[in-house]
Design a protein around this ligand. Sequence first.
Ligand code: ADP
Ligand code: F6P
Length: 332
Amino acid sequence: MAKEVRTIGVLTSGGDAPGMNACIRAVVRQGIARGRKIMGIRRGYSGLLNEEIVPMDTHSVSDIISRGGTILQTARCPEFKELEYQKKAADICRKHGIDGLVVIGGDGSFKGAQKLSKQGINTIGVPGTIDLDIACTDYTIGFDTAVNTAMDAIDKVRDTSTSHERCSIIEVMGRGAGYIALWCGIANGAEDVLLPELYDYDEQKLVNHIIDGRRRGKQHHIIVNAEGIGHSASMAKRIEAATGIETRATILGHMQRGGSPTAKDRVYASTMGAMAADLLCEGKSDRLVAHKHGDFVDFDIDEALAMTKTLDPFQVEICQTLGNSDYKLKDK
Ligand code: ADP
Ligand code: F6P
């Protein structure tokens, strides 16, 4: 039976992502427009357990839509996996009158939301991660900005790589997922892209491809390497030794998580945040907001967490074809 929610809490959890502020703003303003009280919870589940809870009004989210990061701060909180702390968190929510909670984060954060709802707090998850590794959705808050940031950086590396006729390995984030690498591979026209989902660890093929490119007159060789494969610095040394071509490694790192969100991230994050507030106002719980096949939708949290997804095979194929790659990655 639908439960009336009077006070909505909102928190960000796991790695931050550009657009989280736009989402927080939307939860706050949509919730207030629906006559609800809003409480901001700082530092994710860790802040919830420490009762870092502050009332929010429309002014508390002024001037944040263009800012990267999260004004609520974020944290990882390992103890939240234990029942004792989930119970404690639910009691704290009740103490502060919070009967509905919006959790902006990734799969781990959603598992926390799932557990909290079992303790009687209505929860809605909104996908926020630059990694795009949430199965139920084609979009996650921050991915678009992160890819654009990485793309700009790789364009710059390419300029100097061409001038010096070098090979460049550029490592992008994504944890175990290759979405950022794949998109940069296509957007930057990389000669090679190394994806954790597919890479067969045959470095000799990479070496042959670089040598062949040089023979055909290529002035640079851009390799986008996903964090899930890593070891870019040692790979660069081995490639330089094997090819005789100067090779440099650049690890883009946390710059990919910062910066002003793109229009897409602002608009999608705003839409998802407003939807999350609406779902709570309708008495819904255990749902994840998603963007699937071009529509904003919501899924049951258990079903969503059981879903799996893989890289789009056509995108993988064109990444190789358009990058003029003549060596094929092997399916694991
Ligand atoms: P993300 O949300 O980006 O996937 P993490 O995997 O680091 O990031 O998870 C963020 C937080 O979510 C964890 O620090 C923990 O507080 C909570 N969490 C993760 N997994 C679980 C779980 N199985 N049960 C309860 N809470 C969890
Ligand atoms: O999940 C986002 C992400 O940036 C991943 O791409 C990366 O593996 C991880 O977080 C880095 O985490 P931290 O900021 O804790 O080093």
